[in-house]
Design a protein around this ligand. Structure first.
Ligand SMILES: *[C@@H]1O[C@H](CO)[C@@H](O)[C@H](O)[C@H]1NC(C)=O
Ligand SMILES: *[C@@H]1O[C@H](CO)[C@@H](O)[C@H](O)[C@H]1NC(C)=O
Ligand SMILES: *[C@@H]1O[C@H](CO)[C@@H](O)[C@H](O)[C@H]1NC(C)=O
Ligand SMILES: *[C@@H]1O[C@H](CO)[C@@H](O)[C@H](O)[C@H]1NC(C)=O
Ligand SMILES: *[C@@H]1O[C@H](CO)[C@@H](O)[C@H](O)[C@H]1NC(C)=O
Ligand SMILES: *[C@@H]1O[C@H](CO)[C@@H](O)[C@H](O)[C@H]1NC(C)=O
Ligand SMILES: *[C@@H]1O[C@H](CO)[C@@H](O)[C@H](O)[C@H]1NC(C)=O
Ligand SMILES: *[C@@H]1O[C@H](CO)[C@@H](O)[C@H](O)[C@H]1NC(C)=O
Length: 465
């Protein structure tokens, strides 16, 4: 876990050297922070899920399992201590004069790398055979060691930049540390489980990076494969609309976080085609209501009420009409255009949110059958769609947001598809810009993914046990 953090940090440090003047207000440095929280949620959570299976099978070994859980808790603590320690050391480093940093910086980096190698090895031993992801970490560490070696010979002006990066990192680490404490009991509700009483609160926004096309591409969506227990848990997708805020020509897929950060090894999945000097938008997307569910991008097809999907491996497409759904900006979400049809994924499967003339612009929730690509069931609500700025679902419960202030949204309305009950609530979430083009939930990491004014962000969510 600790290793992950350092790797991300170093990756960034390395990247800032290599691409000295890469553009973007929000660079990757914000990122390492954000993702610090991630490891202890994905990594132990998976283990706990495995533990739970075992508990079911071997009901009489509960004591045994509890013991293991406790051990994990201790490990978590010790990683936390290390983060704090690292923070202290950075603080000291920050106070040094730049000339002194020229000497010390690399020495420290190298020391950290050695420490990291040691930790990774330790993890490897502990995990015995099941260590593919640790193996990956290991090779990343080695790669970075190499980069650091090369950087050492580079010019000294960079030291000031490093110092700034470290300063930022330090601040972010402190934040993360707080977050880490806040989600001290991350495993009481296993991922994928719906044995809880719904959304409790939404964590602080984590700025990941600007979308790969740049801040000019204000509308779009991004995330990971949101199908529960998908086989593509590491994959990331980014789908910036054209600057018109309407058309989606392609979606970019990265096989992991590092690639997304470095904007490398991407696969661009085309939806629109450029033929005979003209764009053919027949299969293009419209609006930023798309989602990736089980390796398919689901989206509203351009200029129609049709639902489209494309297999991200084979690029095979399919379309189905969403009966009576209004489209072409008839009833969009508040403040954003062309959000007539919004795809949503949660622990219970794939959903589509839309409205009809009969329902007078009030939200309708549809359940999509992914086998037939039909909407099997639908639930009309009493909530006007145009008053809602965005929506997501957790365990079959719809959560709708509205703008609360330029820097805050409020989850204000919920609809439970199991009971048909509608409830007014107030859960505040911070944001960095007024307009939120898309917001979606991922049950695999229990995070919300937001695309706002070209920037990709994520949030941890806490559920009521
Ligand atoms: C990046 O820096 C180089 C010189 O180091 C300069 O020639 C180039 O124009 C800069 N690019 C941008 C985008 O600022
Ligand atoms: C941080 O850890 C190092 C060894 O890993 C130790 O020598 C040092 O005293 C620790 N610093 C603090 C402030 O705990
Ligand atoms: C690896 O994990 C699987 C289940 O995920 C388990 O059956 C197997 O025993 C583990 N192997 C080792 C060497 O721990
Ligand atoms: C390490 O670098 C080599 C090439 O320098 C590359 O092929 C390999 O994929 C890298 N490994 C990781 C885990 O990034
Ligand atoms: C990401 O890569 C693409 C090419 O694959 C390039 O056109 C784009 O400018 C890159 N974006 C950034 C932010 O570097
Ligand atoms: C998740 O998927 C894996 C196979 O990819 C399967 O072995 C495992 O049982 C699934 N876990 C749950 C909780 O469904
Ligand atoms: C546009 O593409 C679709 C298939 O995606 C095709 O059926 C249609 O004929 C194309 N239209 C033109 C004008 O080429
Ligand atoms: C998507 O395409 C891949 C590659 O052709 C194929 O293996 C996979 O089964 C397809 N997925 C679905 C759900 O059809």
């Amino acid at each position: 876990m600790f290793s992950c953090i350092l790797i991300l940090f170093l990756l960034h440090t390395a990247a800032s050297f290599v691409t000295k003047n890469a553009s973007g207000v929000l660079s990757g440095k914000d990122h390492c922070v954000c993702e610090i929280v991630l490891p202890d949620r994905t990594f132990p959570a998976q283990r706990v899920a495995a533990l739970e299976d075992e508990t079911q099978r071997l009901g009489n070994r509960v004591e045994d399992e509890m013991q293991k859980l406790e051990e994990q808790e201790i490990r978590l603590e010790s990683y936390l201590d290390r983060i704090i320690n690292f923070t202290f050391r950075l603080e000291r480093l920050e106070k040094m004069r730049p000339e002194a940093l020229v000497e010390i910086n690399y020495v420290l980096l190298k020391k950290e790398l050695l420490e990291m190698e040691r930790l990774v090895n330790e993890l490897k031993t502990k995990l015995k055979g099941n260590a593919t992801h640790v193996d990956n970490l290991h090779s990343e560490v080695k790669n970075i060691s190499k980069i650091v070696g090369q950087l050492e010979t580079m010019d000294k002006n960079n030291v000031l930049k490093i110092q700034k990066d470290m300063e930022n990192l330090k601040k972010k680490l402190v934040d993360c540390e707080k977050n880490l404490k806040a989600i001290k009991t991350p495993v009481t509700i296993p991922l994928g489980s719906c044995q809880h009483r719904g959304l409790a609160r939404i964590g602080k926004p984590n700025i990941i990076r600007v979308n790969w096309k740049g801040v000019g591409y204000k509308s779009g969506a991004w995330g990971k494969d949101a199908a529960w227990n998908t086989t593509r848990k590491l994959m990331y997708w980014v789908a910036p609309l054209n600057v018109d805020g309407r058309i989606l020509e392609s979606v970019r897929v990265y096989s992991n976080l590092y690639d997304m950060h470095l904007n490398r090894s991407a696969v661009d999945v085309p939806l629109a085609m450029f033929m005979k000097n003209k764009w053919n938008y027949t299969m293009a997307g419209q609006g930023s209501g798309m989602i990736v569910h089980n390796n398919h991008l689901y989206y509203n097809c351009y200029n129609s009420r049709d639902m489209c999907r494309i297999n991200l491996s084979s690029f095979l497409t399919q379309r189905k009409t969403l009966l009576n759904a209004v489209f072409n900006n008839r009833y969009s979400y508040a403040g954003v255009s062309f959000r007539d049809i919004d795809f949503i994924s949660d622990e219970r499967g794939l959903w589509v949110l839309y409205t009809t003339e009969e329902n007078a612009g009030k939200l309708v929730i549809g359940k999509v059958n992914v086998a037939t690509f039909n909407v099997d069931n639908s639930w009309p609500t009493t909530q006007l769609k145009t008053e809602v700025s965005n929506a997501f679902m957790i365990c079959g419960v719809l959560y709708a947001t509205r703008s609360f202030s330029p820097k805050q949204d409020e989850v204000f309305y919920t609809f439970d598809t199991k009971t048909g009950k509608e409830v007014r609530v107030s859960i505040i979430m911070d944001k960095i810009s007024e307009k939120v083009q898309s917001l979606s939930y991922n049950s695999n990491d229990r995070k919300l993914y937001m695309y706002t004014e070209g920037v990709l962000m994520s949030y941890d969510v806490a559920l009521k046990p």
